[in-house]
Ligand binder design. Structure first.
Ligand SMILES: C[S@@+](CC[C@H](N)C(=O)[O-])C[C@H]1O[C@@H](n2cnc3c(N)ncnc32)[C@H](O)[C@@H]1O
Length: 459
């Protein structure tokens, strides 16, 4: 049996990253394929399919006396997933992550409020909330990009997963202060969470109530399909790609085998789910064979494929190459991603990925190689990428040191100076190496990647 073991590491109120030397682990205890057709057929027989689906749910769970002592309390998503697995067999890790994060009734980002997710009271802290200096540096990158675009036509600034809206607020604030807010700028926020949309609306102002940022209209979208179909687009994605589901695979004697999620009935662990290896080649393993060929082909190698991320990158690449624009991604993940990186984050601690499904954040390291390869493929060579470059290098090249010094000079209170220095330290040192920045631009926008602000050290 393949099982995720609990690994806790306390990182109280520090950002959503971990040290390379002490990563959270999903430990494989033993590997024995355990999905049998009989099991699946057996589970199907246990479920009484009837027209009254509400009674079906009740029947399956409230009368389930097979839950051993010591299991954590079942929440709505646990019940839903158990039922789904019982009916149709183990699910992909990607399905599990998708359900846990964005299930319309129980998903983490659908149900969590801003204070439950972000900040001290929540599960993690992100750079825009550490200091305004982060947004100010991103605006320096942005103004150079805007200056390269045709300013006689509208430009669409799209943020993917804007969270509380802090980064966009800080960007618009700077553009407005230096009177650079172009008349032709439209802001689009791609956000699944209705609760967070409300927070963003409050922070930024809706198209009707906007006053603070002049005439910049703000629009919300579920995905990229409803974005305007003409004009240049600049995409920003801060800690967005790490929140997208991945498929997991392990190389076995039989070839690449998909890691699936099954119900755990044992009394050994409090979680209701554990991982198993598909006995045969699952559909994703077959369809993704080509993608898996870039990993080491030794038995025991583990790989994650971020198919949802690739879908976004495909659309972004097509939009930028056809209409011009750019994309800036800042997220965590080392240059060379390897192994399984999916982790659970709850109240500033790493927790088992199967703990309290839907109440715990799940995130993965971004696979920069996968993204850069995809940009090359989907744009037919029309785009170039700069990075990944460490957040430390990126912010330093954009001038965070002099910005911090200038703020310190103006600050009269010792307490505020100490706070400012702590924020600087956090962005540049603590988060400086684990977070990376990657920029995607058309090849005709810059002669070499070294010309792109924040990426001047590129080889
Ligand atoms: C980790 S938070 C990052 C928030 C913000 N960018 C920051 O750095 O503070 C991820 C954000 O992406 C949104 N999100 C997650 N999955 C999404 C999806 N599939 N489509 C659109 N938004 C999504 C979440 O609701 C949330 O706003």
């Amino acid at each position: 049996m393949l099982r995720a073991t609990r690994h806790l590491r306390t990182i109280r109120c520090i950002p959503r990253y971990y040290s390379k030397n002490d990563p959270p682990v999903i430990e494989v205890v033993d590997v024995t394929p355990r999905i049998k057709v009989d099991d699946i057929v057996g589970s199907l027989k246990e479920i009484n399919f009837s027209v009254d689906k509400s009674r079906l749910v009740q029947k399956t769970y409230e009368k389930d006396e097979n839950i051993p002592e010591g299991k954590e309390e079942e929440n709505g998503l646990t019940k839903h997933l158990k039922q789904r697995i019982k009916a149709a067999g183990p699910i992909s890790m990607s399905t599990f992550m998708n359900e846990a994060l964005v299930n319309s009734e129980h998903g983490y980002y659908r149900t969590g409020t801003d204070t439950q997710i972000f900040g001290r009271s929540g599960d993690f802290v992100t750079s825009p909330d550490v200091s305004k200096m982060f947004g100010e540096m991103i605006t320096i990158w942005l103004t150079t990009i805007l200056s390269k675009l045709d300013q006689k036509k509208p430009i669409h600034l799209v943020e993917l997963g804007p969270g509380k809206g802090t980064l966009m607020k800080d960007i618009l604030d700077v553009l407005h202060r230096v009177e650079l807010t172009p008349d032709f700028l439209n802001v689009h926020l791609v956000e699944v969470s209705t609760g967070l949309r409300e927070v963003q609306n409050e922070v930024l102002g809706s198209p009707v109530t906007k006053t603070e940022f002049g005439r910049v209209p703000i629009y919300w979208h579920d995905d990229l399909s409803t974005l305007p179909t003409d004009d240049s687009v600049v995409f920003l994605a801060h800690e967005f790609f790490d929140a997208l589901p991945v498929f997991q695979f392990e190389k076995t004697e039989r070839g690449w085998s998909e890691v699936l999620v099954d119900v755990d009935q044992s009394a050994e662990v409090p979680q209701h789910f554990h991982q198993v290896l598909a006995p045969g080649q699952s559909v994703p393993a077959k369809l993704l064979e080509n993608q898996l060929s870039r990993f080491k082909q030794e038995v025991g190698t583990r790989a994650e494929l971020a198919v949802y991320s690739l879908a976004f990158i495909q659309q972004i690449s097509q939009i930028i190459s056809e209409r011009s624009g750019a994309c800036l991604i800042v997220d965590y993940g080392t240059h060379e991603k390897s192994g399984f990186t999916c982790r659970g984050i709850y109240k500033h601690e790493f927790v088992n990925i199967f703990e309290k499904p839907g109440q715990v954040d799940l995130s993965v390291d971004v696979d920069w190689k996968e993204i850069t390869n995809a940009v090359e493929d989907y744009s037919n060579g029309a785009l170039m990428t700069a990075g990944p470059q460490s957040q430390k290098g990126f912010l330093t090249l954009l001038g965070i040191d002099s910005r911090c010094s200038s703020l310190l000079r103006r600050e009269t209170s010792d307490e505020k100076c100490a706070k400012l220095l702590m924020s600087y330290e956090r962005l540049v040192e603590q988060m400086g190496e684990s977070y990376q920045a990657l920029c995607i631009v058309p090849k005709n926008m810059f002669v070499v990647t070294k010309e792109i602000p924040g990426f001047e050290l590129e080889q």
